[in-house]
Design a protein around this ligand. Sequence first.
Ligand code: HEC
Ligand code: HEC
Length: 355
Amino acid sequence: MSFFWSSWITVLSLACWLFIFGVLMWTLKSKPVLDEDETTGHSYDGIKEYDKPLPKWWLVIFFGTLIWGLGYFVLFPAIQPNAWKGVTTVEVDGEQVPWTSANELNSQLQANNKVFTENFEQNILSNAGASEATAILAKLNELQSQRKSGEENAELQAKIDDQVKLLAPFVDKLAADPEAQKIGNRLFLQNCALCHGTNAKGATGYPDLTDNDWLYGGEAENILLTIHNGRQGAMPDAKTNKLNEAGVRAAAEYVLNLSGNQQGYELDAAKVAQGKAIFDGTCVVCHGSEGKGQVGVAPNLTDDIWLFGGDRDTIQTTIRHGRSGVMPEWQTKLGNERVMLLAAYVRSLSQNAEQ
Ligand code: HEC
Ligand code: HEC
């Protein structure tokens, strides 16, 4: 918090407290001049006003709240929060930190997480016959907390990824466990359905997760890494690929031809040939010489499964402006246990499709 806001809070809360205290003391002390019938002489529609002392019980409550307020100043970082942390603390990341509402929330979230993790390890994993994953998770947590405290580090990230891959066989076990699937489904609806749809069938720009056509691979290991770290597609735009507008149209024509022209367009043979030359010169690096794509690099263009759309206009738009779909990372938001359950759920979706 900046010095200004820190001071602002201090001045505001102290001024408020002093003002209320002042008003109370003033009303207690002030003795208005009374008439001989002990009224103040004010008369409203014939109703006369006495000046009786404030009731005891009311005063006790009022002073009580003022003292309560003072108590908060001591317990809570209320006065100059930059300097005064308050005497009470809550536990976050195993450390005692000042009792602020943000820290309190974090502390409660962590406590809930602990319950979840224990339940995950003691019930879900063991019921699925995957208890050995616990040791891997412990090692993974340790590596991740190193990452949290240090800066970006490729070597450490590689170690983390290796550790994540070790979880793959256990994800397959979870994928066969109906209880784990139920939880996975709920987690999916809460976190993933927004983009991938409640049935995981995706939408334009968001891949179908049930169809066994994978951008980044459909083995447990691939899915785990996808959800853990997130993914970022990178299809360059025409400028980067050094294509003019005619080049864009020709390349699109070739892509239509590659995918078997399912839409039944009348293709311009000259443009297709021109497009092939462009494709072989520029696009092969990522999409492969036959346009079948490479897992983790670029999608297959021959299968008539489209992430962004397979009509002529959309393909031209894709080639003209490029695409960069973003799959967010989830490990830091959900933790390794939930990522495992989600990976198992996603895995089971496509396994069901296989049968
Ligand atoms: C903000 C939107 C968004 C959310 C939320 C989201 N995803 Fe994704 N996801 C994407 C996009 C976009 C891609 C494709 C990335 C690309 O174009 O390269 C993707 C790709 C994937 C893939 C890879 C598919 C493949 O073909 O290899 C998996 C698996 C996946 N998401 C699972 C999940 C899960 C599980 C969740 C919930 C924890 C989730 N996603 C939440 C946008 C999202
Ligand atoms: C640097 C690698 C790279 C190059 C070069 C490249 N692409 Fe792509 N392309 C991708 C990636 C990655 C995606 C997926 C983007 C995403 O997931 O957001 C993609 C997506 C596409 C799509 C959309 C597929 C769909 O399912 O909707 C088309 C069409 C396409 N590329 C055509 C081309 C053509 C034509 C060229 C050559 C002019 C080309 N690409 C060059 C990497 C590349």
